[in-house]
Ligand binder design. Structure first.
Ligand SMILES: [Zn+2]
Ligand SMILES: [Zn+2]
Length: 399
């Protein structure tokens, strides 16, 4: 069985994003910035591509335990489905809470929190690494004997639920705020105001935060993002920067015990020799400056075209991966990721991107020659023509 409810929902995600984008545009609310949205969608595309490679093996872990070591055999009924939903949501809460409390887990989860905006594209901003270990947290359900297919379906639903709560367009939902995780509760979770940090870890039901003491109501306006801003649109760096920070700190520390502790203690922890525990600085929406390097309108158009080719290419790989040979899949995924990196570098204003882009275009030609598939070829030719025209154009009009 290879059901991927998340991938199937991609068209719905895009329809809802377009609705929110139009609403923000007509009401002049400024919910979206091109650079931030491209960065969020790049994370989502990369994560879904990696998912193709790891999904089967991870699901295997749950299935293996269920098949060999389960304590009970639980028949699938509606009541069982509801119980399992509560179970998945409970373990999600703890997985998510630990992701904020343990540096090595935070190094992966941080990606979801890097955006300084809050809109539906932030929901798709997901770590490329987190999926490799998150499944371990749900294994008690396999030991208990909940059916793997039912587990996969319900855990996908808990993930899908969290899409719509990434919006500023919905303010408060009355009595639902008592039970459900809502846009208001989740806005708090994305805040870097000290009082909002490490609050509201719920997936679907906010009751867990209320039960375990991590609930915080939305009060003053939220400043979105992380305490030390990423300040880059590079999707690969977004997944690695915190590791880099941890390793750099570990290098400076003399005792082995402290080196290990750096990875398992909460973010902000430091041994005395590095200056001790660091606390998040007070911030306010009035004074906060978002990362927003300048780019010209021409660059914007070029990047939109580029990014769409990456997004379409990525979607084709996600939907048709079963029809492709492994090497085609790997090459396709590499090509898409390189396209996303290139878009980010243009938006960051990196000097090297012009050379990087030339290499990418040559790579694209090789890629389509190898694939030799009609649909890809047409897409490729259109892409290459557009790329070359514009590339010659930017070389002539250096800004
Ligand atoms: Zn989080
Ligand atoms: Zn979120």
């Amino acid at each position: 069985m290879n059901i991927n409810l998340i991938a199937l929902s991609i068209p719905i995600f895009f329809i809802l994003i377009l609705i929110e984008l139009s609403y923000s545009f007509y009401k002049k609310l400024g919910y979206y910035r091109l650079n931030d949205s491209i960065s969020n969608l790049s994370q989502g595309t990369g994560q879904q591509l990696l998912d193709i490679f790891m999904k089967a093996s991870l699901f295997f872990g749950y299935t293996y335990i269920y098949t060999n070591w389960r304590f009970f055999t639980i028949e699938t009924t509606w009541i069982v489905a509801i119980l399992l939903f509560i179970g998945v949501d409970f373990f999600y809460y703890w997985f998510h809470r630990m992701s904020h409390q343990v540096n090595a887990l935070w190094a992966a989860h941080i990606v979801h929190h890097q955006s300084e905006e809050y809109n539906l594209t932030v929901a798709l901003r997901q770590s490329w690494i987190q999926g490799w270990f998150s499944w371990v947290f749900y294994l008690p359900l396999a030991f208990l004997g909940f059916n793997p297919i039912l587990f996969l379906t319900i855990s996908s639903l808990v993930t899908l639920y969290q899409f719509w709560i990434h919006t500023k367009a919905i303010k408060h939902l009355g009595f639902l705020e008592y039970i459900l995780n809502t846009p208001s509760h989740h806005r708090v979770h994305h805040g870097s105001n000290p009082k909002y940090i490490d609050k509201n870890h719920a997936g679907t039901l906010i009751i867990w935060d209320k039960m375990f003491g991590t609930f915080q109501k939305e009060e003053e306006e939220v400043v979105y993002g992380i305490t030390k801003p990423l300040a880059s649109w590079n999707p690969i760096w977004a997944n690695l920067h915190y590791w880099n920070e941890l390793l750099a700190s570990a290098k400076k520390v003399s005792s082995f015990k402290d080196k290990v502790k750096l990875f398992i203690m909460p973010p902000g922890w430091q041994p005395a020799e590095l200056g001790g525990r660091q606390y998040a600085p007070e911030i306010s929406i009035e004074t906060y400056v978002k990362y927003n390097p300048d780019y010209s309108n021409k660059t914007a158009i070029y990047i939109i075209v580029q990014f769409l080719t990456g997004l379409i290419g990525g979607s084709l790989l996600i939907f048709y991966n079963a029809n492709l040979l492994p090497y085609q899949l790997v090459m396709g995924a590499i090509y898409v990721v390189i396209t996303l990196v290139s878009c980010g570098a243009f938006l960051d204003g990196k000097i090297w991107v012009k050379y990087f882009e030339a290499i990418r275009i040559i790579g694209l030609l090789i890629f389509f020659t190898i694939f030799n598939l009609v649909a890809y070829l047409i897409y490729g030719i259109i892409g290459v023509v557009l790329l070359l025209i514009w590339y010659i154009y930017i070389l002539k009009n250096k800004n």
